[in-house]
Write a new protein. Structure first.
Length: 419
């Protein structure tokens, strides 16, 4: 709707520019020729066009039905253009070229369908006018004798005009589609760049903070463990010291995640069996108790042996974080499906699907943003790590999810050769 509103404003502006250009041209012609020109009627139409423009501006700021206003403007412009064609001599005039502007506006402001409707309405209006004037049903405008035009010539001119109108509709629709697609890709690329900038900034900040915290944290944890052994403590105080040690370890693990997200390290690459790496990760989650009998696991991962030249630890990080997110999205259990396949010689596809709670549009928009989490117990780091690793592999990740309808994630990795 926002795009239609913006396009409608530009339509009003360009409309005023075209009308002003016609008015200036008429004034120049009037003072440079003695030939009769029906300028009184022409100026009347110019005034009507300006008056309609004023109404459109008022509607633009007070009306919320922008699609209806766009169709109304297109319809009224076709009527005005038909009137201009009539007073300029019908088939002998040149104003019928203005129909093209209405068709272009329909495509760029509304839709492809609107462009074809505008082309059809322009063709009908022009055809009825020309046929009516040739057959005498519509009187010729002007003091001169009506030109002698045969019906065959009139029909030929109408057919050519129709062909031009629909050809313009087809071409402008193609061009508009290309422009809209380019705008969408540009917007997506802009978001990607913004995300990478945030990751880089987070990296600079947390790399420094993590190094400053880890050493004192290790000293605190070590000191507490020594005191626990040397002091004669009762059960309650020993439990409190255990809590200090566990929380210190948790913070240390969190710092490791930060560093994993932000640091650039030299990794070792080798040939690995992707389904086997996933299976190992599943076993770890099953042993930890997170993945229990409430979850049904499906897919072709047990039947395929797709190999990938990469870093095994990185792939485990990807699988681990995605699996834990799926488990969190299904607190009462559900179905997990994992499929590996090679659609072409250049790519490996890995598809994850769950029957969890799904995601809202806001959650999908911020899914890979650092420190954003859709779960109350999450830190918002895991999926940022996933995204960074996949980017480093020159791959891509696509998320298809609807609220209460589950989530499907497609990872695309390039098939690489060992160097």
């Amino acid at each position: 709707m926002e795009e239609i509103k913006k396009g409608l404003l530009w339509y009003i502006i360009f409309r005023v520019i075209i009308v002003t250009s016609l008015a200036i041209s008429a004034i120049i012609i009037q003072f440079s020729t003695s030939t009769f020109l029906p300028l009184n009627a022409f100026y009347l139409l110019i005034v009507a066009a300006y008056f309609l423009s004023l109404i459109y501006v008022i509607l633009y700021f007070w009306n919320k039905h922008f699609i209806f206003q766009a169709y109304l403007q297109i319809l009224m412009d076709i009527i005005l253009i038909t009137a201009l064609v009539y007073i300029s001599g019908g088939i002998k005039g040149t104003f019928y070229i203005l129909y093209i502007f209405a068709i272009i506006a329909a495509s760029m402001v509304v839709s492809k369908r609107a462009a074809y409707l505008a082309a059809a309405l322009s063709a009908i209006s022009f055809g009825v006018l020309v046929d009516g004037m040739v057959l005498g049903a519509i009187p010729y405008f002007g003091p001169e004798k009506p030109p002698d035009i045969s019906l065959g010539l009139a029909i030929n001119s109408i057919v050519i005009a129709w062909a031009v109108f629909f050809l313009v509709a087809v071409l402008i629709n193609y061009l508009t589609e290309k422009i809209r697609r380019a705008q969408t890709e540009l917007k997506s690329a802009s978001k990607e760049l913004e995300l990478k900038k945030r990751l880089a900034l987070a990296g600079e900040v947390f790399a420094q903070v993590a190094h400053e915290i880890r050493n004192p944290l290790a000293a605190i944890s070590g000191s507490v463990q020594v005191l626990k052994k040397e002091l004669g403590l009762n059960e309650e105080k020993r439990n409190l010291m255990d809590i200090v040690v566990k929380e210190s370890q948790r913070v240390s693990q969190l710092l490791d995640q930060f560093l994993s997200l932000t640091s650039v390290r030299e990794e070792t690459f080798s040939w690995i069996n992707l389904p086997q790496v996933l299976n190992d990760t599943l076993m770890l989650l099953q042993r930890s108790g997170e993945l229990d009998e409430k979850f049904k696991i499906e897919g072709n991962y047990t039947k395929t042996g797709i190999r990938y030249f990469g870093n095994e630890n990185q792939l485990k990080q990807i699988f681990w974080n995605l699996l834990r997110n799926s488990i969190k999205a299904m607190p009462n259990g559900g179905r997990l499906k994992f499929d590996f396949f090679i659609p072409n010689k250049k790519e490996i596809h890995i598809k994850f699907a769950d029957t969890g709670r799904g995601m809202s549009e806001e959650e999908k928009e911020n899914l890979f943003r650092p420190f954003y989490s859709g779960f109350t117990s999450g830190e918002g780091i895991g999926l940022s790590i996933v995204r960074r690793i996949i980017d480093d592999c020159n791959g891509s990740i696509q998320v298809n999810s609807e609220l209460y309808k589950g989530t499907e994630i497609l990872i695309v990795l390039p098939r690489q050769e060992a160097s």
